[in-house]
Design a protein around this ligand. Structure first.
Ligand SMILES: [Zn+2]
Length: 108
């Protein structure tokens, strides 16, 4: 591999040239790939599982997913979020009723 600045031979994968010290931009490429992962279809699905509908923001900003896939993912994320919210709502309602019953039995 050649240095991008001075064109001397350096080891493959070196981030900096050992002769002139210039950055070979390997770090930037790695960071870019990591950022792009969260805008890929798999990244969006994982984000939805972790953060819910916040992933819609990443879906909107993604430039690696086709419009057709975006529409499908958008509907999928909305549906998934609604189901999760509904389950949470039911769980809280059951818990709430349970606590009210306990309070009544205690005598408040
Ligand atoms: Zn160099």
């Amino acid at each position: 591999m050649q240095c991008k600045n001075c064109s001397k031979i350096i080891d493959v994968g070196d981030n900096f040239c050992r002769f002139c010290g210039s950055n070979q931009n390997n770090n930037k490429i790695v960071n870019k790939n990591q950022n792009d992962f969260w805008k890929s279809e798999l990244g969006i699905i994982i984000l939805t599982l972790i953060m819910g509908p916040i992933s819609l923001f990443y879906l909107y900003k993604s430039n690696t997913i086709s419009e057709e896939s975006k529409k499908k993912l958008f509907i999928g994320i909305l549906f998934f979020s609604l189901v999760v919210f509904f389950i949470l709502f039911l769980s809280f309602r059951i818990l709430f009723r349970y606590y009210i019953q306990i309070f009544k039995e205690i005598g408040y």
